[in-house]
Design a protein around this ligand. Structure first.
Ligand SMILES: [Zn+2]
Ligand SMILES: [Zn+2]
Length: 311
């Protein structure tokens, strides 16, 4: 887990300082593992859909980016989905490793060794779809150190009714006492024509440059948000009267926004009317908050958590 409590609020990073939003998917499969399309077709699909970055994260082995072509302003992140054994009792682990350079025999390695090896290679490693995997955070994840964060949404796991892992996210932050960033991913296996698990879950990241290093560093710092549709334009937090925190959220038209606190939470709505700005006065003494924006059609966006103790 990151050696820090505060994450970066992407909405205070200004266009004037050269920051831009990039849209990407960090979890996808090709015929190099159990995906239905070639690695190049997978890349072409995301390019054509207007994405800015992609990781073809095949099971167990790296799909090397030098075997792929893409436009200059599109970023390929080299990685793999790694499956170490789970010695703690749960099912075999699913970790998405980004910016790794060499294959490893992860299936034969304990999970901590896999995490350590990824970090030794300068990479970043994330807990994938814990809800689908039946991962119990206390049993299977808390014994590990060095994971960057959690995949809060996974499109292909939604096909099995277990696409969202937000409660696992809350559990993990509660049990570890640390704030963790999240990713929204497709985990695409199908061909685009099946419209099954492509282009439905993504992560927006706030960066100054399009390099794989800058993107992954920003994701680890929390400078982004996950979405299946809604856009978040701004989140600003101010300390209010009596140790309360006042928050303003600006987003694409929403039917409700949840403010999920470290303990309990609250919700904003306008009685069924759509709105684009919400204001919250949060309970005094809360330690952190994250926001879930719900669009009229049920699509959702998840902000990263904000540290309230630093305000
Ligand atoms: Zn998986
Ligand atoms: Zn996968």
């Amino acid at each position: 887990m990151p050696e820090k409590n505060g994450l970066v609020n992407p909405f205070v990073l200004s266009d004037d300082d050269g920051y831009m939003w990039l849209k990407g998917n960090l979890h996808s499969h090709s015929t190099n593992s159990d995906g239905r399309v070639s690695p190049q077709e997978r890349v072409d699909g995301y390019v054509n859909q207007g994405y800015d970055y992609l990781c073809v994260s095949d099971h167990n082995n790296i799909t090397f980016v030098e075997t792929l072509t893409c436009p200059e302003n599109f970023t390929l992140i080299q990685g793999a989905e790694l499956h170490p054994d789970n010695p703690f009792g749960g099912d075999r682990h699913h970790f998405v490793a980004l910016n790794i350079s060499a294959d490893m025999d992860a299936r034969a390695m304990p999970p901590q060794h896999v995490i350590d090896e990824v970090k030794k290679q300068g990479g970043s490693i994330w807990l994938a779809h814990p809800h689908w995997s039946g991962i119990n955070i206390l049993r299977d994840t808390i014994p590990l150190t060095g994971l960057a964060g959690i995949e809060v949404f996974n499109t292909t796991c939604r096909c099995a009714g277990r696409g969202e892992s937000s409660v696992h996210w809350d559990d993990w932050m509660d049990l570890s006492g640390q704030l963790l960033p999240a990713l929204g991913n497709d985990d695409s296996h199908a061909a685009e024509s099946e419209a099954r698990d492509t282009y439905q879950g993504w992560t927006m990241v706030r960066v100054k440059e399009r390099s794989p290093e800058a993107i992954v560093e920003a994701l680890e710092s929390g400078a982004g948000y996950s979405s299946t549709g809604p856009q978040i334009f701004d989140i600003q937090l101010h300390s209010g009267e009596g140790r309360t925190v006042e928050v303003t959220v600006k987003c694409s038209p929403a039917q409700r926004i949840a403010a999920v606190l470290d303990l309990r939470g609250t919700e904003y709505h306008e009685g069924g009317e759509l709105f684009e700005t919400a204001t919250f006065k949060l309970r005094p003494g809360s330690k952190h908050v994250r926001f879930e924006i719900i669009a009229p059609n049920g699509d959702k966006a998840w902000s990263n958590p904000f540290d309230l103790t630093a305000l």
